[in-house]
Design a binder for this molecule. Sequence first.
Ligand SMILES: [Zn+2]
Length: 219
Amino acid sequence: MTASAISELRRTVADLHRELTRYELVIWTAGNVSARVPGQDLMVIKPSGVSYDELTPEAMVVTDLHGNLVEGDHSPSSDTAAHAYVYRHMPEVGGVVHTHSPYATAWAARGEPIPCVLTMIADEFGGDVPVGPFALIGDDSIGRGIVETLSGSRSPAVLMRNHGPFTIGKDARAAVKAAVMVEDVARTVHFAHQLGTPKPIEQHHIDSLYARYQNVYGQ
Ligand SMILES: [Zn+2]
């Protein structure tokens, strides 16, 4: 991995932050996207406390997988430890996203998994979107909660209890897609709940929807 590859990843991660504002998943400076630097124990992540308008490729920071700053003019995101923990423990993960998107966060506030009551939930998440444990920021608790919950699930999204969604993907773009999708299904199932009781999908149908979407369409 050369310096030019890292600078390309800085651009990718900066551009992907625009998707968070475009889909109204974040306010103020909340929310963050990171990408693993392939083949190195490094990641590119959003700086802390910088407004979305100022998130240029140059503003992104590079850290090691313990969150130590390697390259950049700003401090890394306050959620860096959680991202780093995920990369250390889930080698298949190439991107991590965190937001406080309102509908998904409302489910997290109730500590309630989003039930798999839509074909698109089966497609994207392979079942219910799970809830992770309550965890305080400042040590490995959030990262550990994400990894423990997602390691036993097909879902690329976890609703951390009383906090909000974290999503993973094979790359940062896939993790952003999961962040957009989890907010969309959280909103739709919320509406369904207001009007009645959503109908569950039988497990064998969930399995075949997930297999078809993941294998035929690819991710
Ligand atoms: Zn947060």
